[in-house]
Design a binder for this molecule. Structure first.
Ligand code: CO
Length: 274
């Protein structure tokens, strides 16, 4: 996602002073952010609704009434209920250190007391907002295949052909990846058996570290290049900056297991033959 960081400055509760909040709003604008101010006496529901409607990256809560221990957690709870918990929430006001500590445990990212320079707050927001792309318009079309690392395809086929009765649909060597592949059809999906070609093959490395087994999961998508770009923009670790040719006339790109719940994840796309 690009464009300036968007912040909602909100005053929950009943106190009627918003000079501080207005100063903060202006300070954040001066730092290049787009700031929406809710006005006084907002309920947690109103604040969260405004944050989601305005598609903000951060909510800045301000309270001078002393009721922050009730008001701030109410906003955090409501945000979680509404699925907005990727929004960074910071708080400001006359807040004793022990309350600040308690609020951070509840999920408030930081507490700024009167007198903290607005520059500090702006820098904190800049380095802590999580700017995730919107989900893709078209989610994965199918599980395309499951990649399974084996020492030897012929040996593995005893199970897949004899026991499961699957047919080998194609075999191919992909020298660029130092891997030999056999594709077996299972309904609409495939099993992709991967045998290393050489000791320096990534699959050989996998076998040494983990032994034979599930190696990756591949989703069929409409546009691998766009999917890789989104993954990168969201700070995911990708193994491919650009799509590259894979088995079965597919363009493929991989996301590191660290960024995908522990599963090496492949995005793949059928290549047009003409
Ligand atoms: Co694959």
């Amino acid at each position: 996602m690009s464009g300036p960081i968007r912040v909602l400055v909100a005053k929950p509760g009943l106190d009627g002073h918003d000079r501080g909040a207005l100063v903060v709003a202006q300070g954040l604008r001066d730092a290049g952010m787009e700031v929406v101010y809710t006005g006084l006496r907002q309920s947690a529901e109103q604040i969260v609704r405004a944050a989601l409607d305005e598609d903000v990256d951060c909510i800045g809560l301000s309270s001078l009434s002393g009721a922050h221990m009730a008001l701030f957690p109410a906003v955090l709870d409501e945000l979680r209920r509404e699925g907005g918990d990727d929004i960074l929430v910071v708080g400001g006001g006359v807040i004793p250190p022990e309350d600040a500590q308690e609020l951070r445990k509840m999920g408030l990212a930081a507490v700024f007391t009167p007198g903290s320079p607005i520059r500090d707050m702006a820098e904190f927001i800049q380095s802590n907002v999580r700017r995730l792309s919107r989900p893709p318009a078209t989610p994965p079309l199918a599980i395309d295949h499951v990649g399974i690392a084996v020492e030897n395809i012929s040996d593995a086929l005893v199970f897949y052909e004899r026991q499961l009765g699957c047919q080998v649909e194609s075999r191919e060597d992909i020298p660029a990846q130092k891997v030999r592949v056999a594709l077996l059809r299972v309904g609409e999906a495939h099993i992709e058996l991967l045998e290393p070609l050489g000791d320096d093959s990534p699959v050989a490395k996998f076998l040494r570290a983990r032994g034979p087994g599930m190696h990756h999961l591949a989703y069929l998508v409409d546009d691998v290049a766009a999917w890789l770009a989104r993954a990168k923009a969201d700070g995911l670790r990708v193994l491919d900056d650009e799509p590259r040719p894979g088995a079965g006339r597919r363009l493929v790109g991989f996301v590191h297991p660290k960024s995908a719940s522990g599963v090496l994840t492949e995005y793949c796309q059928a290549v047009d033959d003409h």
